[in-house]
Design a protein around this ligand. Structure first.
Ligand SMILES: O=C(CO)[C@H](O)[C@H](O)COP(=O)(O)O
Ligand SMILES: [Fe+2]
Length: 226
């Protein structure tokens, strides 16, 4: 699955930018990744719930909200109630991540847990039994266009093993620095869902960029895990 991040889109033309990766299921982006940053958990500020509500009205692509905010225990539920498909909170910011996951699921959303590059996956294995998605950050959260950190791939690989052996039941997503040069190593590590911001929205044709990333990832994933 490819999830373009609108972080690198032109916010003044947001509907057009979203439609540029739209279309029929199977051809369009699988998810649309929306980065919510609060200038506290990360040093950058983007957008919040009112903008997400407008995005939900403008597209049928399932919305993948990545909440880089403090106190997700208070704020995450609003994104689920608004109709986001997947709502991801940061493990480092959550006071009670199991309660958050239960609330998100009760509101009809998939629950996602994200870990920063320096955060140990092993500390969250019990918590992840309550989650539908693990988002492995492959850059320090806060900005698009950063360099991919391949040293996080062992975490994706371990999560994949735990899924394949039935210990966890979740989707493994990766976010940060994914492009034509890095997607294959992530796919070989067992990642199911690839967030790509600058690689999609800085491309001349975002739809073609999505398809090219998918065409690259699928054989690499299947060779290692198919
Ligand atoms: O969460 C993020 C940054 O914190 C973004 O989703 C991510 O960085 C996407 O941008 P790019 O593909 O350009 O790295
Ligand atoms: Fe993100």
């Amino acid at each position: 699955m490819i999830a373009p991040s609108i972080l690198s889109a032109d916010f003044a033309r947001l509907a057009d930018e979203i439609n540029a990766v739209g279309g029929e299921p199977g051809k369009r982006a699988d998810w649309l990744h929306v980065d919510v940053m609060d200038a506290h958990f990360v040093p950058n500020l983007t957008l919040g719930l009112p903008v997400v509500e407008s995005i939900l009205k403008t597209t049928e692509i399932p919305i993948d909200c990545h909440l880089m905010i403090e106190n997700p225990d208070r704020w995450a539920i609003g994104y689920a109630e608004a109709g986001a498909h997947n709502v991801t909170v940061h493990a480092e910011a959550a006071a009670d991540p199991i309660a958050i996951a239960k609330d998100l699921r009760a509101a009809g959303a998939k629950a996602g847990l994200s870990i920063k590059p320096g955060t140990d996956l092993d500390d969250y294995l019990e918590v992840l039994k309550h989650y539908d998605t693990l988002l492995v950050m492959s850059v320090e959260p806060g900005f698009g266009g950063q360099k991919f950190m391949s040293e996080v791939l062992p975490k994706a690989r371990k999560a994949r093993e735990l899924v394949d052996t039935g210990h966890l039941k979740l989707l493994v997503e990766i976010d940060g620095g994914i492009n034509a040069d890095t997607i294959e190593q992530a796919a070989e590590s067992g990642v199911d869902c690839f967030v790509a911001g600058s690689a999609v929205y800085n491309a001349e044709d975002p739809a073609k960029a999505v398809q090219a990333l998918r065409d690259q990832a699928a054989p690499a994933f299947n060779a290692a895990h198919g």
